[in-house]
Design a protein around this ligand. Sequence first.
Ligand code: AMP
Length: 175
Amino acid sequence: MGADPGWLREHVRELPDHPRPGVSFKDITPLLQTPDAFAATVDAVVAPFAAVEIDKVVGIEARGFVFAAPVAYGIGAGFVPVRKPGKLPWHVEREEYELEYGVDQLEIHRDAITAGERVLVVDDVLATGGTAAAALRLVERLGASVVGVAVFIELEALGGRARLGTTPVHTVLSY
Ligand code: AMP
């Protein structure tokens, strides 16, 4: 197992042309159902931030929640969900972001993060970066600072990192 997380790749199922031609979908369910692989993934996401002060971990619906909640627990931070429109019951901030066809929105509770807090944003996959960039804007609108974006998988060819400006991006596996 050790420090090299390469063996985790064996637990990611790649589905060519899913959900449409040209997309190689990364199915993380085999990893989630394998105890040592899931634990090692959470540990690998947490490790670079062990010495960093973090108040809140923001997880992006829905697969981001699966990693962000245990990461928050591991760091000793609070967990904050960023959700699709209409799901959160309290007062929200909303951000639009572009999809290949059309736009989508993300929301966060206004009282989930306090101005000045230090936030880590967590998701499963960084593809074009539109989703993570919208989550960053939500956090920054609440007056907090994003200390980093941590994802399990980065799809390098899609250039998502470039859309996140100077925010440090930590990835466990790159494709
Ligand atoms: P993006 O906004 O393009 O960076 O897309 C990121 C979001 O879409 C993440 O929340 C992922 O769950 C999902 N996603 C995008 N591309 C893939 C892929 N090839 N395999 C699995 N999930 C993906």
